[in-house]
Every structure is written in structure tokens, then in C-alpha cells.
Design a protein around this ligand. Structure first.
Ligand SMILES: CC(C)(C)[C@H](NC(=O)Nc1cc(F)cc(F)c1)C(=O)N(CC(=O)NO)CC1CCCC1
Ligand SMILES: [Zn+2]
Length: 181
């Protein structure tokens, strides 16, 4: 997974293709490797050894695979997986009017620079996705987990987090946006 493409690579600005089922073994293998990358990046020893930033999400376009799949691995305070899923053809069925933004802004595994500013996102979303076997799942997500998933789905649509930062005033978010510290 050291072949994470960086900002400037055209694949990061393309719309990824939907999967049809059954998925090829190759695509399933790629999905599992994406999750393995996140697990390794969150292992302090391995992260140190391979100089990895602890990743919580990775979208296939970031490894130059323009297909609609993303791995999400969000740990809880004890480091146990709060949400660990490979999302195939994820779609947001509904989203709250309430907006949220991380107080410290966002970064990206494909963006090697710090871009300050609030990234306004929906605080609650109803997510639908398929797993590697083609089973359908639906789940309501809130706060940080909702932020991660929206960040990853943006990658499937060629959107990067800084596209959503207010250009005139980076730390101005839409009125009522909940700032998550
Ligand atoms: C860009 C990077 C800083 C590596 C970010 N990591 C991250 O948020 N790590 C983290 C946070 C925790 F709360 C607990 C923990 F264990 C690790 C990340 O993976 N991403 C994913 C990405 O770039 N996907 O394409 C960026 C995040 C910004 C907001 C949502 C995802
Ligand atoms: Zn990213």
C-alpha cells in the first residue's frame, strides 16, 4: 500500500465506477489489502517501522483503482474497532440538516500538506453499502464516524476535503455547524 497516489494524480479527481456482483477475486483481494493497510497503520510498532500515518479510512481511487469501494477502520478510545467495514458501492440514503466539522480540520492520506479550515459535513447519515459477498447493509452513523465515511465517499466522487473549505474564511462554517473537538 505504499503506492498511495497523491494530490495532482488525475485518478483522485475522477468518479469511480460502481461494482457489479460477483466481484472478481482480484478486487476482493484489493479490498482486504486496503483494510490490512489501515490495521497496520494503526499498529504503533508497524506504523513507526514503515513511517505510516494512522489511517482510519482509505478509498480505492487513492491506490489508483477507480472503483467504488472503501475500507473504514475507526478505533474506540481503547483501540478496539468501533467500526470496521469494507464498503462496496456505498450510498448515503439520507443526511441530517445539522452539520458538523472537526475543530482541527481534516487531512488526507493523499494530501501531503496541512490545509487549515473547517470541512462542513452532515452530522448524521443513513448509509447503505454492500459487502464483498454482495449482501446489503444499512446503518445510521453520527459524528466522527459519519465524517470519516463522508470523507471516503467524497474520494469516490473525485472530491478532496479542501474543496469544502470556505475560501474567503476557512474557519467560517455554515451557521449552526457543530464543531467537533
Ligand atoms: C490523514 C490522516 C491524518 C492519516 C487521517 N488519520 C486520522 O484521522 N487518524 C486517526 C484519527 C483518530 F481519531 C484515531 C486514529 F486511530 C487515527 C486519515 O486516515 N484520514 C483518512 C483519509 O485520508 N482517507 O482518504 C483523513 C481523516 C480526515 C477526516 C476523516 C478521515
Ligand atoms: Zn482522504
Amino acid at each position: 500500500m505504499d503506492d498511495i497516489i497523491r494530490e495532482g494524480h488525475p485518478t483522485l479527481r475522477t468518479r469511480a465506477e460502481k461494482f457489479t456482483f460477483p466481484m472478481s477475486d482480484e478486487d476482493k483481494q484489493t479490498a482486504l489489502e486496503m483494510m490490512e493497510f489501515l490495521e497496520n497503520s494503526q499498529d504503533p510498532k508497524l506504523a513507526k517501522k514503515y513511517k505510516l500515518r494512522a489511517g482510519v479510512g482509505l478509498a480505492a481511487p487513492q491506490i489508483n483503482v477507480p472503483k467504488r469501494m472503501t475500507a473504514v477502520l475507526v478505533p474506540d478510545e481503547d483501540g478496539n474497532p468501533l467500526f470496521k467495514e469494507i464498503l462496496i458501492n456505498p450510498t448515503i440514503l439520507s443526511e441530517s440538516v445539522q452539520m458538523v466539522a472537526l475543530g482541527e480540520g481534516e487531512g488526507c492520506l493523499s494530501v501531503d500538506r496541512v490545509i487549515p479550515g473547517y470541512v462542513p459535513r452532515h452530522d448524521r447519515i443513513k448509509l447503505r453499502w454492500y459487502d464483498l459477498d454482495g449482501n446489503q447493509h444499512t446503518k445510521k452513523l453520527t459524528d466522527y464516524l459519519a465524517i470519516v465515511v463522508q470523507h471516503e465517499i467524497d474520494h469516490l466522487n473525485g472530491i478532496l476535503f479542501f474543496d469544502r473549505i470556505n475560501e474567503k474564511d476557512p474557519f467560517q462554517a455554515p451557521p449552526g455547524t457543530f464543531i467537533l473537538e
